[in-house]
Design a protein around this ligand. Structure first.
Ligand code: NAD
Ligand code: UFG
Length: 348
């Protein structure tokens, strides 16, 4: 049985679905601070069975001990965490308490229970403003410019020290680039509870006429069209990376770092025009100055994951956008009794 912390969230729910699809038993532990029980029902819709669920906080050591005592857990995928960069600046203690303190508590409970295979949701943010592209795992970690990024880097350090102190640990640090997209069924995807900060969820809400305009932050970057470049990776490809990492860690003690990205960068304007092409929906834009803390370019060298895990992102940008839009339409249809939005039949 695999414990997925944060399994009701965007990435964790897709990891849970993929694990269940390959026949694993899944137990989700989540305090639902950025998700809801609806996600569990959607996982059940997609997979045909309900995952196990514990409504709890990863900082609650007593509950964790009970969970490890009562369930035959073999490994943990640790996705639970807070992820809003701006919020982390305003509420740094909450971010460190959850992302660092919560990870420490989870690892302590795992060690005491003898469960020592762990896959952690880290982030390309730990590279800071790395100028060398593509970014390989050998690039030094930088100085993340906000408490969120710092907390991810600190959690990585915690796990490195812990594994160095006890050879029974097998830890995979997965550095995600920019996860977007949704489950192919259109019934599972990202569900921002606040105003989205990230490009895709904001773009989807503009396309859905919930917001007037997509602000393009920065048109004077040293890139072909002046807008920022990122490595967008389909959330289902990302989820598959977790399965590969879990397998690999069975035979590989120590700490392993893998970039999960496609190795291709796309600018903001490329994303917008691909979205318009795929969906037939026009996205009104306004051009703004750069957003503080943004880097110009960021894309992965994913060759280590390819070599060691046999993992490569298979889905292209159009597929990511099409799947994201299908999910957005599904959500809209839940709100509107009559489905107002339709994905054109593109044959995918
Ligand atoms: P999400 O907010 O959708 O999911 C996180 C889940 O963790 C939520 O269901 C939330 O309720 C739960 N959670 C938060 N604090 C908790 C706590 N103290 N105890 C128990 N559950 C708690 O976010 P996501 O996009 O699915 O991200 C998952 C992980 O991946 C996070 O750790 C995030 O930092 C990391 N990550 C995300 C991205 C991204 O762009 N989405 C990029 C890099 C890394
Ligand atoms: N952007 C806009 N308008 C928006 C939102 C974003 O133009 O409304 C631009 C940004 O300036 C950037 C690009 O779109 O050039 C991508 O921005 P996102 O906010 O979607 O993603 P980031 O690369 O800034 O950050 C994300 C996650 C971080 C994570 C990082 C690397 O938010 O948590 O990817 O994994 F650390």
């Amino acid at each position: 049985m695999i414990l997925v912390t944060g399994g009701a969230g965007y990435i964790g729910s897709h990891v849970a679905v993929e694990l269940m699809a390959q026949g694993d038993e899944v137990l989700i532990l989540d305090n639902l601070c950025n998700s809801s029980r609806g996600a569990l029902e959607r996982i059940a819709q997609v997979t045909g069975r309900m995952p196990g669920f514990i409504y709890a906080d990863i900082r609650n050591r007593r509950v964790l001990d009970t969970v490890f005592r009562d369930y035959p857990i073999d490994a943990v995928v640790h996705c639970a965490g807070l992820k809003a960069v701006g919020e982390s600046v305003r509420e740094p203690l909450r971010y460190y308490a959850t992302n660092v303190g919560g990870s420490v508590t989870l690892c302590q409970a795992m060690a005491d229970a003898g469960v020592m295979r762990l896959v952690f949701s880290s982030s390309a943010t730990v590279y800071g403003d790395c100028t060398q592209m593509p970014i390989a795992e050998t690039c030094p970690t930088g100085q993340p410019t906000n408490p969120y990024g710092q907390s991810k880097l600190m959690a990585e350090h915690v796990m490195r020290s812990m594994a160095a102190s006890d050879p029974r640990w097998s830890v995979g640090l997965l550095r995600y680039f920019n996860p977007i997209g949704a489950h192919r069924s259109g019934q599972l995807g990202e569900m921002p509870s606040q105003t989205p900060n990230n490009l895709l969820p904001y773009l989807l809400q503009v396309a859905n006429r919930e917001r007037a305009v997509l602000r393009v932050f920065g048109t004077d970057y040293p890139t072909a069209d002046g807008t920022g470049i990122r490595d967008y990776v389909h959330v289902l490809d990302l989820a598959e990376g977790h399965l590969r990492a879990l397998d690999y860690l069975r035979q590989a003690p120590g700490v392993h770092v893998w970039n999960l990205g496609t190795g291709r960068g796309h600018s903001v304007l490329e994303v917008v025009s691909a979205f318009e092409r795929v969906t037939g929906v026009t996205v009104p834009l306004s051009f703004e100055s750069r957003r503080a803390g943004d880097v110009a370019r960021c894309w992965a060298d994913p060759s280590k994951a390819a070599q060691q895990l046999g993992w490569t992102a298979r889905r292209d940008l159009e597929c990511m956008l099409e799947d994201a839009w299908r999910w957005q339409c599904y959500l809209a249809a839940q709100v509107e009794a009559q489905g107002l939005f339709q994905l054109p039949n593109t044959g995918r």
